[in-house]
Design a protein around this ligand. Structure first.
Ligand code: NAP
Length: 281
């Protein structure tokens, strides 16, 4: 079977190309879009992710305000920093890199982000708006998955979408976005019985598990579309790519699939948020 490789780099470039004029327009009006990233501690992967996001901003003319706090930072200190950024009119988006050190109340910190600046879709208010169908900034990885399907004109309405994973930033919001596009959605998790049989029902399969090569080739129905949000140590996805390629009609690779589009959605949301401040949306 001829299968389509869903190239995230192409989709990400397309998103960024569409942002260039919007950034220039904002700068002409005296507003430079600005994303503040907060990194707490010295986790090397988190440092890499934050650097990639900051560099991607700068390449597009978006200001990257990088805040690096020591690993001993308390919840209260983090909340104070977030409040400061909420009040800073030159900052349009706030990204708190996840995970924060375990002594910090991460949920409390996420909830402290002003909804107007929640460009990474981490607040429960933002999630609720996304689920209701009028969220401005859904979490970036779910938004990326939808953007890839949109770019490649993958039909969603009436399809059975099976999402494996139900985290607040990934599985749950992507399930909501698919439902809002009129898919029939099944959300699986660690207590799901007969997972392989459930996944086999999927016309669209979204893997958001956090386990390398977890989704097996013979779980995939012939012709299904497979989107792999997983990003595990060694650049390995949650999907056994080679095996799933056999049955899938379309599939995202790792790397070069969902990851690059996730970053481009963060940039888009930051530009959207900057435009909101000028009422030019
Ligand atoms: P998470 O918070 O650890 O959630 C994992 C989910 O998978 C949970 O809902 C869990 O179920 C479920 N799960 C675990 N074992 C399972 C099993 N044996 N069978 C069925 N479900 C199982 O992870 P996450 O933050 O959503 O991330 C998931 C993956 O996406 C990771 O690889 C992560 O690195 C990647 N990710 C990628 C990007 C990107 O930009 N590409 C962004 C964010 C995350 P329970 O709820 O029952 O525990």
């Amino acid at each position: 079977m001829e299968n389509l490789i869903l190239d995230g780099r192409v989709v990400a470039q397309n998103v960024k190309d569409r942002l260039k004029d919007r950034v220039a327009n904002l700068v002409n009006k005296g507003v430079t879009p600005c994303l503040a990233t907060i990194l707490v501690g010295d986790d090397p992967s988190s440092e890499t992710y934050v650097r990639m996001k900051g560099n991607a901003c700068e390449k597009l003319g978006i200001k990257s305000l990088r805040i690096h706090l020591p690993k001993e930072t308390t919840t209260e200190e983090l909340l104070t920093k977030i409040k400061e950024l909420n009040e800073d009119e030159t900052v349009h988006g706030i990204l708190l890199q996840h995970p924060v050190p375990s002594h910090i109340n991460e949920r409390k910190a996420f909830e402290a982000i002003d909804i107007r600046k929640d460009v990474d879709g981490v607040t429960s208010f933002g999630y609720g708006q996304t689920a209701f169908g009028f969220g401005k900034y859904p979490s970036c990885t779910p938004a990326a998955i939808m953007e890839i399907m949109d770019y490649y004109n993958i039909p969603i309405e009436g399809k059975h979408a099976v999402v494996i994973g139900r985290s607040p930033i990934l599985g749950k919001p992507v399930s909501a976005l698919l439902l809002n596009k009129n898919a029939t959605v099944t959300t699986c998790h660690s207590k799901t019985s007969n997972l392989a049989e459930v996944v086999k029902l999927g016309d669209i399969v979204v893997a958001a598990v956090g386990k390398p090569n977890f989704i097996q080739g013979d779980w995939i129905k012939k012709g299904a579309v497979v989107l792999d949000a997983g990003y595990n140590k060694g650049n390995i996805g949650d999907v056994d790519y080679e095996a799933c390629l056999e049955n899938a009609s379309a599939i995202t690779p790792v790397p070069g699939g969902v990851g690059p589009v996730t970053i481009s959605m963060l940039l888009k949301h930051t530009v959207d948020a900057a435009e909101e401040t000028l009422n030019i949306k």
